[in-house]
Write a protein that binds this ligand. Structure first.
Ligand code: SF4
Length: 290
C-alpha cells in the first residue's frame, strides 16, 4: 500500500492473537476469500480479533479495474458451486449475529453472479436463521432483474457504494456510474429494504460535492452511510489528494445525521463493513414484512 507520510490516526493495530488466528483458520480451511485481505483493509487486526470478516464470493479476481480498488482484476475464476454452502458453514463457525458478504464484479456472467448471490443468502439463512445478512453488491450493470434475484433471497441490509462524488465517478469507477448506483439503491428501498452506501474521502472531491452526494443518497431514503479515508493501494492506483482529519470526519458525521441518515460510521479507517454489526442493532430486521 502506497501511503507515505501516513498520519498517526491511520496506523492500525497489528494482529497477533488467538481470535485472529482462529478466524484465519476458518477462512482458509473453507477455501474462502475475504475482501479484508483482497482489499488490504487496514482494519484486519481489529475486525478479525473481534471474530468478524467480510467474505467475498464469486472468486477473488474482478472483471473491472476501478482505479481505487486493491482487488486484483483480470480473467475471473470458474464458478465454485460449493461456495454458498461453505460460506454458510463459515458464518456458523464464526458465530456471527451479523454477517457481511460481498463479491467481485462478474461482468463475464450473464446474470452478473446474481444467482450465486441468491444461493449464498439462502444457504446462510438456512444454517443461521438468527443472523442478519448484509450484502454489499455490485451494480449488475443496472439490470433490475438481477438485482431482484438478490432481493428475492431477502437479505436484511442492501449495501451498494457510491464510492465518490459525481464528478469523480468516471475516473475512479470506470464501468459504474452515479445514476445507476442511485437507481439500484432506490429500487431496493422501493421494495422495503434497509439501504446503505459508502463514500471515500481524499480523492480530490470538494466539500460542496460531498454534501451533494449525501443529499442525493438521502433523497432516495438511504438509511446508513459509511465515510472513510481513501488509501492508495499501489502507485498505479488513483492518488490521495489529502488526509482528512478525524475532526473533519466528525463534522461529516454530524452533517449526515442532521440530514436524516439513521446510522453514520465516519472516521479515517471506516470501510463499508466496519462495525457493521451495530447496524442490525440499530434497525429492527423487517424481513418478514416484505
Ligand atoms: S472493515 Fe470490513 S473489510 Fe475491513 S477488516 Fe473489517 S470486516 Fe474486513
Amino acid at each position: 500500500m502506497v501511503n507515505k507520510n501516513k498520519p498517526n490516526w491511520l496506523r492500525a493495530k497489528l494482529p497477533n492473537n488467538p481470535a485472529y488466528k482462529r478466524l484465519h483458520h476458518i477462512v482458509e480451511s473453507n477455501t474462502l476469500n475475504t475482501v479484508c485481505q483482497s482489499a488490504q483493509c487496514p482494519n484486519m487486526g481489529e475486525c478479525w480479533s473481534r471474530g468478524t470478516a467480510t467474505l467475498m464470493i464469486l472468486g477473488n479476481i474482478c472483471t473491472r479495474s476501478c482505479t481505487f480498488c486493491a482487488v486484483h482484476s483480470g480473467r475471473p475464476t470458474e464458478i465454485d458451486l460449493g461456495e454458498p454452502t461453505r460460506v454458510a458453514e463459515a458464518v456458523v463457525k464464526m458465530g456471527l449475529k451479523h454477517c457481511v458478504i460481498t463479491s467481485v464484479a462478474r461482468d463475464d456472467m450473464k446474470d452478473g453472479g446474481a444467482g450465486v448471490w441468491a444461493a449464498t443468502i439462502r444457504a446462510i439463512r438456512t444454517r443461521n436463521p438468527q443472523t442478519a445478512i448484509e450484502v454489499l453488491i455490485p451494480d449488475f450493470r443496472g439490470r433490475e432483474n438481477d438485482l431482484n434475484t438478490v432481493l428475492d433471497a431477502n437479505p436484511d441490509i442492501l449495501n451498494h457504494n457510491i464510492e465518490t462524488v459525481k464528478r469523480l465517478q468516471q475516473p475512479i469507477r470506470k464501468t459504474a456510474n452515479w445514476d445507476q448506483t442511485l437507481q439500484l439503491l432506490k429500487r431496493a428501498k422501493n421494495r422495503g429494504f434497509v439501504t446503505k452506501s459508502g463514500i471515500m474521502l481524499g480523492i480530490g472531491e470538494y466539500k460542496c460535492e460531498i454534501e451533494e452526494t449525501f443529499r442525493a443518497l438521502r433523497k432516495i431514503d438511504v438509511d446508513i452511510i459509511t465515510i472513510g479515508q481513501y488509501l492508495q493501494p499501489s502507485p498505479q492506483h488513483a492518488k490521495i489528494s489529502r488526509w482528512v482529519t478525524p475532526e473533519e470526519f466528525k463534522k461529516w458525521e454530524q452533517f449526515a445525521l442532521s440530514i436524516g441518515f439513521g446510522i453514520v460510521e465516519s472516521g479515517p479507517l471506516v470501510r463499508s463493513s466496519y462495525h457493521a454489526e451495530k447496524h442490525s442493532d440499530g434497525y429492527s430486521l423487517n424481513r418478514k414484512k416484505r
